[in-house]
Unconditional design. Structure first.
Lengths: 113, 114
């Protein structure tokens, strides 16, 4: 158990809908990262927050957004969902500096039908 | 830009065999970190090791060992006396230059048969 929690574990929704994925980092970790894992793209970095502020962005679609709250939990919002958004979404956390390893949550499997 | 290549897509071995998973990376950074993660069939990503580019000593942890060679930009992972529980997809990764974004290889799927 990495100490990172993600809810829900599975999510099935229809195209055009909006969903919110939730992540709680390990105790004391200030950085939260979101990654998407799909069969064709592999593991791709989406976005990072550090202590409530956006720190880095990857190839995150405009339909996707995230935030980190004062209690350090984070949410990833996915809207206008398309079939191609079906993937495993991971949250990871770290102490927050360049050298620290990232600990991953169990992931949320999103299926868009 | 950073790039991680795991040329072996799938490897199948019989229990108790030794197996080496290859990782070749590209980076322009003079100092960097390298990582290995394991993704078992249950789906979670498990951190295995972080290696600093300053330290080229091999590392051993139980049946796992890592061989880092800066001269060939490789960071290979060996499992000795493999077990069925080692069956998983293994990913090598390094941070994108100047950031904490991890760039992952495509992964190597290891199947250990009884």
């Amino acid at each position: 158990d990495s100490g990172v929690t993600q809810t829900p574990k599975h999510l099935i929704t229809a195209t055009g809908q909006r969903v919110t994925l939730r992540c709680s980092p390990r105790s004391g970790d200030l950085s939260v990262y979101w990654y998407q894992q799909s069969l064709d793209q592999g593991l791709q970095f989406l976005i990072q927050y550090y202590n409530g502020e956006e720190r880095a962005k990857g190839n995150i679609l405009e339909r996707f957004s995230a935030q980190q709250f004062p209690d350090l939990h984070s949410e990833l919002n996915l809207s206008s969902l398309e079939l191609g958004d079906s993937a495993l979404y991971f949250c990871a956390s770290s102490a927050g500096t360049y050298s620290y390893e990232q600990y991953f949550g169990p992931g949320t499997r999103l299926t868009v039908t | 830009a950073q790039k991680v290549t795991q040329a072996q897509t799938e490897i199948s071995v019989v229990e108790k065999e030794d197996v080496t998973l290859d990782c070749v990376y590209e980076t322009r950074d003079t100092t960097y970190y390298l990582f290995w993660y394991k993704q078992p069939p249950s789906g979670e990503l498990v951190f295995l090791i972080r290696r600093n580019s300053f330290d080229e000593q091999n590392e051993i942890s139980g049946r796992y060992s890592w061989n880092f060679q800066k001269s060939t930009s490789s960071f290979n992972f060996t499992i000795t006396a493999s077990q069925v529980v080692d069956s998983a997809v293994y990913f090598c990764a390094l941070p994108q230059g100047g950031s904490e974004k991890l760039v992952f290889g495509k992964g190597t799927k290891l199947t250990v048969n009884p």
